[in-house]
Ligand binder design. Structure first.
Ligand code: ZN
Length: 182
């Protein structure tokens, strides 16, 4: 088991997409779509219910980690099974926070034409804010909400994604706003 996790970890570290939650490269987010596990669809259902929005179709797929995109005109979320299992093995809230981040992209319209006019970092930080907001309402502690960031992500930012301290700050803001009844 330890060996398998190491292989998955190395794969993710070597993979160029490893530090990126989301990709908006069109079909790149919709590779090899297969039905989600019951657990994954339940998680996305809970997140959508918490936000009061309709369920967003979710698929397992051949993607780096997780994606929010439009596929045939429909908002979808795609996730990498090994990536989610890896996160889950460290903290059960970690994959939930990633899914909440992806739902947040759709809630914010980031995969629509509207998103094209938003700076990439703005989109990522707002999705992190939603993730913190949702996880508070789902019963996570703040540390559990932040756990995915501590498992494996590079703390350095990139052109598409802000550095991790900034992202943790955005998630924490969402969590605190929710705890204040926002
Ligand atoms: Zn994102």
């Amino acid at each position: 088991m330890r060996y398998i996790i190491l292989i998955v970890f190395l794969f993710l570290v070597l993979d160029n997409q490893a530090q990126i939650y989301c990709s908006y490269s069109g079909g790149g987010c919709a590779n090899g779509l297969t039905p989600p596990t019951q657990y994954a669809s339940n998680v996305v259902s809970s997140i959508c219910n918490t936000l009061g929005i309709n369920y967003i179709s979710t698929y397992a797929g051949n993607v780096g980690n997780a994606c929010a995109s439009n596929y045939n005109g429909t908002p979808i979320i795609t996730y990498n099974v090994q990536f989610m299992n890896y996160l889950y093995s460290h903290n059960e809230w970690a994959p939930i926070s990633v899914m909440a981040h992806e739902v947040g992209h759709h809630l914010n319209g980031d995969a629509s034409w509207y998103g094209a006019f938003q700076h990439s970092w703005t989109k990522e930080l707002r999705a992190d804010f939603v993730s913190g907001y949702v996880l508070y309402h789902m019963g996570a502690t703040l540390n559990q909400s932040k756990s995915a960031f501590y498992v494996m992500f590079d703390w350095m930012g990139s052109s598409s994604h802000p550095d991790t301290p900034r992202r943790i700050a955005a998630l924490t803001q969402g969590f605190i706003r929710a705890s204040n009844g926002f």
